[in-house]
Ligand binder design. Structure first.
Ligand SMILES: [Zn+2]
Length: 375
């Protein structure tokens, strides 16, 4: 039986719907709550920082000084998390480049929601290009962490809205920025709207893989390691059962005070009638700690392990957003982590920690982390 490596990832960002919510309610407060929950188990998270929001706060702070205070709070939180051993990783939502602050709220045009909607021109000095936006974002985030952790290097990436395809448009940039790990893929997922575009239906049948040309195509000696978000096909009737279970117990009141972006793609969210009319049709469900009960988490965990039990090491990657968590969801996560740690069913780690476990070129040989445990 393989060893499961449980990774808690957190996409640190506002909402992108009609209400974005606030820095305090969507980022600062819930991230502290998540940190407290993980601390009980000695676990570290991988924090995917939507760094372009931070940049926009700094830019608009020239007109609205209170935004600079918000940027300062974000910076201090990122630095304190890195100091404690949490992994700080890169998350890019390019639509912030077009955002403007109107005194009390954000206006967020979404026509450049994907990295691929930026210019292909290879100009590293321009935020408007794929190469520039990626590189300047990585440098900005790294400079924040390096104020307190002098040699910190960012190695993990998650594309905004899972949109990393076609990978050939990003490959050289990711390579020149020395990013080694991607976690944008949730196997089985598919979506096509103006904003979102991804198709992960044909992934290698493995719990993680190396890749080069395309993120869903395995390449044995590829530069990058895909550590996908854990996802399995779940039947409609089981999803109904899980939804009913969620109704029992306390309410799910989010800390975040914004609205989710409306996604107009039928293949992304299963319509209710389909759940009942086609009880055995399946759709990819990813593991999250925002809306799942302990039992649901454990179900996905066990199903995934039984599928990849023959592998020596199986990363179990949770996706979550501080903005979307609640007291109830943290309580469910605590139960899950208690189960995993008390029965020694798995190891708690970060994405870079997992990389350190499996790579022939461990991070210690190429990063300043020599001699420091990555876990
Ligand atoms: Zn995001």
């Amino acid at each position: 039986m393989g060893i499961p490596y449980v990774v808690i990832t957190a996409d640190y960002e506002l909402f992108f719907g009609s209400e974005t919510g606030t820095t305090k309610n969507c980022l600062i407060v819930p991230t502290e709550m998540l940190r407290e929950t993980l601390r009980r188990f000695g676990a570290k998270m991988t924090l995917f920082v939507d760094i372009l929001y931070y940049k926009k706060l700094c830019d608009e702070g020239r007109r609205y000084p209170h935004l600079l205070e918000e940027a300062g709070a974000i910076k201090r939180q990122i630095q304190s998390l890195a100091k404690e051993g949490h992994e700080v990783a890169l998350h890019v939502h390019p639509h912030w480049l077009d955002a403007r602050y109107e005194g009390n709220h954000w206006v967020l045009p979404l026509h450049r929601y994907r990295l691929h909607q930026l210019s292909q021109v290879k100009d590293l000095s321009l935020w408007e290009t794929i190469a520039g936006c990626f590189t300047l974002s990585r440098e900005l985030l790294e400079s924040i962490v390096r104020e307190t952790e002098a040699d910190y290097r960012i190695v993990s990436f998650r594309a905004g809205g899972f949109c990393l395809q076609p990978f050939r448009d990003v490959r050289e940039t990711m390579k020149s920025n020395h990013l080694l790990i991607d976690s944008s893929v949730f196997p089985g997922g598919k979506c096509h709207t103006h904003e979102l575009a991804f198709d992960f239906r044909n992934c290698p049948g493995r719990p993680f893989w190396r890749f080069e040309e395309e993120v869903t195509e395995e390449r044995g000696n590829g530069t990058f390691l895909e550590i996908p978000i854990t996802a399995i096909p779940v039947t409609s009737w089981r999803r109904v059962c899980h939804a009913l279970l969620r109704r029992q117990g306390g309410p799910w009141v989010r800390y975040g005070n914004g609205e989710t972006m409306a996604i107009r793609d039928a293949s992304f969210r299963t319509p209710r009638w389909k759940l009942f009319a086609k009880p055995f049709s399946t759709s990819a469900t990813y593991l999250n700690y925002e809306s799942m009960t302990f039992k649901e988490m454990l179900y996905l965990f066990n199903r995934y392990l039984s599928r990849y039990g023959g592998d020596e090491r199986v990363p179990i990657v949770f996706l979550g957003h501080p903005k979307a968590i609640s007291k109830r969801s943290l309580c469910e996560l605590r139960r899950f982590l208690k189960e995993i740690t008390s029965s020694q069913k798995g190891v708690l780690t970060t994405l870079r920690g997992f990389y350190g476990e499996i790579a022939e070129d461990p991070l210690s040989s190429i990063s300043p982390y020599a001699g420091v445990t990555m876990r």
